[in-house]
Every structure is written in structure tokens, then in C-alpha cells.
Design a protein around this ligand. Structure first.
Ligand SMILES: Cc1cc2nc3c(=O)[nH]c(=O)nc-3n(C[C@H](O)[C@H](O)[C@H](O)COP(=O)(O)O)c2cc1C
Length: 147
């Protein structure tokens, strides 16, 4: 069974909700999933060893959070070259974080990112049925890419 790490930052719970629905989709796709807040991940050894990675962060002030920036430096040390990946985040209007994480995974970490691109939902969508389905489908697609 392929193992996937879903690691996220979330201030008010929207991106966390996305993380849990993405994990559901991955599990439906036959993966074993660990969902972790980035604040609970202490070193690069805790990031290494998974088959796939999905990282999520909300957008604040047109940027990702400081915690996510630090986490990505740690992830770089885990050498994720060739690993399957995706990125997600909740926002209200501009949504810079998820595309920035996705770009870092693709261009810096040289990961095999999903063709779907980043999953960037408005917070209004996160609680809607369409939003739930979008998250589950994103997880399922990454699960299929892994299998
Ligand atoms: C002070 C502040 C600044 C924000 N800046 C942005 C922004 O630049 N772009 C955007 O799309 N959303 C912005 N948002 C909205 C958040 O991204 C949105 O509420 C998101 O759903 C929060 O996700 P979380 O619950 O996972 O923390 C901002 C919200 C706050 C409170």
C-alpha cells in the first residue's frame, strides 16, 4: 500500500478541512495516509519515506504562511525528487499559496506533480458539496497516479 503524507497549515480550519477530504479521497484510492499539521513535523527525517506528498496552506497577505516557508526548507532536505505530489489551499480572492507550493514541488524539489495543478478553493467553496467533491477527487487522482 502506498503511503502519503498530507501536511498543512491552517489558521481558521478551512485548509485543514480540505486536508481531511483530500485524505479521504486518497484512502478511497487505496493509499495509507497520514494527515499532519506542519507544526507537528520537527525534522526532515519525519518527511522522508512516503511515496506521495500533498502540502496545503491558506493565503494570507498574498503569501503563504511563515510556517509553510520554513516547512518547505525542511522538505527540501528530505530529497523528494521524483515523488508524486500535489498542493492545495483555501483563500478568499487571490489564492497565491497553493500555486507557489505546487511550483516549488515541481521546479525546486523536482517532484512528479499531478497534472491537475494546485487545488485552490475559495473558503466559501470548502463547505459546499462541490468543494468536498473537488478535494476528494484531488486525493483520488493522486492515489491513482501512485498505483
Ligand atoms: C488578515 C487576512 C489576510 C488575508 N489575505 C488574503 C489574501 O491576500 N488573499 C486571499 O485570497 N485570501 C486572504 N485571506 C483569506 C484567507 O485566505 C481565508 O480566510 C482562508 O480560508 C483561511 O484559511 P484557513 O482557515 O485554513 O486559515 C486573508 C484573511 C485574513 C484574515
Amino acid at each position: 500500500m502506498k503511503k502519503v503524507l498530507v501536511a498543512y497549515s491552517s489558521r481558521t480550519g478551512k485548509t485543514e478541512t480540505m486536508a481531511n477530504y483530500i485524505a479521504e479521497g486518497l484512502r478511497i484510492g487505496g493509499c495509507e495516509v497520514e494527515v499532519k499539521k506542519i507544526s507537528a513535523i520537527e525534522d526532515s527525517d519525519s518527511i522522508a519515506g512516503y511515496d506521495g506528498y500533498v502540502f496545503g496552506c491558506p493565503t494570507y497577505h498574498k503569501d503563504m504562511t511563515g510556517g509553510m516557508k520554513q516547512f518547505l526548507f525542511m522538505a527540501q532536505m528530505a530529497n523528494l525528487v521524483g515523488k508524486i505530489g500535489g498542493a492545495f489551499g483555501s483563500h478568499t480572492h487571490s489564492g497565491e499559496s497553493a500555486p507557489m507550493i505546487y511550483d516549488t514541488m515541481m521546479h525546486v524539489f523536482k517532484m512528479d506533480v499531478t497534472d491537475l495543478g494546485p487545488l485552490n478553493l475559495t473558503e466559501a467553496m470548502v463547505g459546499e458539496q462541490d468543494g468536498v467533491k473537488a478535494c476528494q477527487d484531488y486525493g483520488k487522482a493522486i492515489g491513482e497516479k501512485l498505483s
